[in-house]
Write a protein that binds this ligand. Structure first.
Ligand code: C5P
Length: 407
């Protein structure tokens, strides 16, 4: 599958750079065109001559080189590739990428690209564990940058641990995977989606709150699945332990009122999926100070929270074309979900049985029924990730294709 693919290989500074020469050979053997950018650090470890000889292409090194810019501007360099591979990816180049620097050819090409980016980090084990590197890697991954390695083992610095650049053949396999992903159909390209996920926390006082059970697993998986089909997704999430899905704009909130505000701010969207377990009530006049244990427990006055799904489903001109709600029920699942469809004014309801013993809360599997105005579709039990993919497919099938999806 690599035959004829164009790889822009950025070789940053690191002792592992010599293994990038082998990577070039493996890619050339598979019919790839490999153009290389060699950073100043990279050129300390491998020579431009060896890179040029193996890639059978000119090597690009300088952002301000008149010859390079007139032959091939940095924008063209990054756009005329199917994938950009950074191997080795040094801590310094990773930091530049995460902070949007553009002070050399490599960082500028990475900033200018609209193509998938794969990094193969390598560094000392302590550097890899440093919070700055952890933060930079998390930032890049939240933008959809893909990573291969590092592996563990003996490092050139004499220490042992995580920090070894992935083997050239592992990088080749990772390139194949990323390109296969990029070639998947993206029927939701050009569409905007809103997803709610997780619980809401309703304060009693500064240290206590009321919440519903929700791990956020299903909602986060739905945001990912819509993003994978090309949608531009805003995920409004209450507090969860789930990592931010790659390539999704995440808005973190705590209370139902904050969730509603964030959802309204995300409009207009084409599709909205409400998977959050919103607390139905909040404490009226939550205390600014911690309530003291003075003997008698406090009498909490409750008031109803806004119904976010109902509000957005009735948002007039701003109403998304497709509004999907969830119904977690413990009995008469279908009948209650049908009634909810009408009461909330949404188009679809995904109903699940959360009675004790089903393991839906916090678990990885879900048994859902998709209830629409046309009838009921009972899905088999599957993982929450698979259910999210199935929902995203159903959403894509129900919306007319956009011009972008046809490209
Ligand atoms: O009425 P009930 O809470 O059972 O409805 C569940 C559906 O409504 C879910 O999709 C949930 O995300 C949404 N909901 C909401 N705002 C509320 C309560 C529920 O968006 N205040």
């Amino acid at each position: 599958m690599l035959d004829g693919k164009r790889v822009l290989l950025i070789i940053a500074g690191g002792i592992a750079a010599y293994r990038s020469l082998e990577l070039i050979r493996r890619l050339r053997e598979r019919g790839c065109r490999v153009r290389c950018v060699l950073t100043r650090g990279g050129a300390q470890f491998v020579t431009p001559l060896s890179v040029a000889a193996l890639s059978e292409e000119k090597v690009y090194q300088d952002l301000f080189s008149l010859t390079d810019e007139s032959e091939m501007g940095h924008i063209r360099l990054s756009r005329e590739a199917d994938i950009i591979v950074v191997a080795p990816a040094s801590a310094d180049l990773i930091a530049k990428m995460a902070n949007g620097h553009a002070d050399d050819l490599a960082s500028t090409a990475l900033l200018a690209t609209d193509k998938p980016v794969l990094i193969a980090p390598t560094m000392n084990v302590q550097m890899w564990a440093h919070p700055a590197v952890r933060r930079n890697i998390a930032t890049l991954e939240s933008w959809g940058v893909q990573r291969v390695g590092p592996g563990s083992g003996a490092l050139a610095c004499g220490e042992t641990g995580s920090g070894r650049m992935a083997e050239p053949m592992e990088i080749v396999t990772a390139i194949e995977t990323v390109l296969a992903q990029a070639m998947r159909p993206r029927p939701l390209a050009g569409r905007r989606a809103l997803v709610t996920s997780g619980p809401t926390w309703e304060p009693i006082d500064p240290v206590r709150f009321i919440a519903n059970r929700s791990s956020g697993k299903q909602g986060h998986a739905i945001a990912s699945a819509l993003q994978a089909l090309g949608a531009s997704v805003t995920l409004v999430s209450g507090p969860t332990n789930q990592p931010d899905p790659a390539g999704v704009a995440v808005v973190n909130i705590e209370s139902a009122r904050e969730m509603l505000e964030a959802c309204l701010a995300a409009l207009p969207v084409d599709v909205a999926v409400f998977a959050a377990a919103v607390a139905d009530w909040r404490v009226d006049g939550a205390s600014d100070q911690k309530i003291k244990k003075t003997g008698a427990p406090p009498a909490l006055q409750m008031t109803e929270n806004p119904d976010i799904l109902k509000t957005i489903a009735n948002a007039g001109a701003n109403r998304p074309r497709l509004v999907v709600g969830f119904a977690a029920e413990t009995e008469s699942v279908e009948a209650h979900a049908q009634a909810k469809l009408a009461r909330k004014g949404c188009d679809w309801i995904l109903a699940n049985d959360v009675s004790t013993g089903t393991g839906t809360f916090g678990g990885d599997a879900n048994t859902l029924r998709l209830i629409t105005h046309d009838g009921v579709d009972a899905w088999p039990t599957m993982t929450k990730v698979a259910a999210a993919a199935r929902l995203a497919d159903a959403i894509a099938a129900s919306l007319p294709p956009t011009l972008k999806a046809a490209q």
